[in-house]
Design a protein around this ligand. Structure first.
Ligand SMILES: [Zn+2]
Ligand SMILES: [Zn+2]
Length: 226
């Protein structure tokens, strides 16, 4: 399971407001918290930092921060994990596709190991290195499949793994043009390309309607003030 740690540094909330109605954000304004003469993690604001160049106390804090400030890029595997690998608009389930891909890779790796072992019967010394490398790779693949972590979900980005219309895309739930958050995971979701196209069409209609309503209100106010 891909873990996401919610922030506990108030600076992050201030930055979130700053990026409301904007596409994407930046975490350059996010700094370690100075408290009790200590520098604390810029994400959790709880743990002290060991060195001066350090900004986060752990990989969990660093990855959560990246996911928050760059939801369409670094946040994408976190959104997928949150949705259980399914499109938020239709029944499309990406997880079995990924499981199959990892299982195939594992099988190929196991076959390679079996071949090397057969060759080792004749000349053990020569193939020792190959065997070690393949066994290490097998272990890594199994762990990735088991953990459903960052690398598991990122594998969905591999070209030609899925049909064009089924490719995952990150969507702003409330469009940024209507004041939706540009950062944070709350206002983001993953949709398949087809669902995303439909949603974008509806969003654009909503944006046009909001503009018309705004223009009419302004006009009404001007007429009313005469
Ligand atoms: Zn931390
Ligand atoms: Zn869909």
């Amino acid at each position: 399971m891909l873990e996401y740690l919610p922030h506990t540094n108030p600076q992050v909330d201030a930055l979130k407001v700053r990026f409301r109605g904007k596409r994407g954000g930046s975490k350059t304004g996010l700094l370690p918290v100075e408290r009790y003469g200590m520098r604390l993690c810029a994400w959790c604001a709880k743990k002290p930092l060991a060195t001066h160049s350090q900004k986060y106390c752990s990989q969990l804090c660093s990855q959560s921060s990246d996911a928050f400030f760059y939801p369409t890029k670094a946040g994408y595997p976190f959104l997928l994990a949150r949705q259980g690998g399914q499109c938020a608009g239709c029944d499309l389930d990406w997880e079995p596709i990924l499981i199959e891909r990892f299982q195939k890779k594992i099988k190929r790796c196991e076959e390679a190991i079996a071949r090397t072992k057969a060759k080792m019967d004749q000349d053990p010394e020569r193939y020792k290195g190959d065997l070690m490398r393949d066994e290490y790779e097998l272990e890594e693949l199994r762990a990735k499949l088991e953990n459903r972590g960052l690398s598991f979900w990122l594998a969905l980005g591999i070209r030609h793994l899925i049909p064009y219309d089924q490719e995952p895309q990150v969507d702003h739930i409330i469009p940024v043009a209507l004041g939706g958050d540009g950062v944070g995971l709350e206002n983001h979701q993953v949709l398949c390309r087809l669902c995303h196209a439909k949603k974008t069409k509806q969003d654009n209609q909503d944006i046009r309607n909001a503009k018309t309503a705004n223009a009419q209100r302004t006009k009404g106010e001007l007429l009313g003030s005469k």
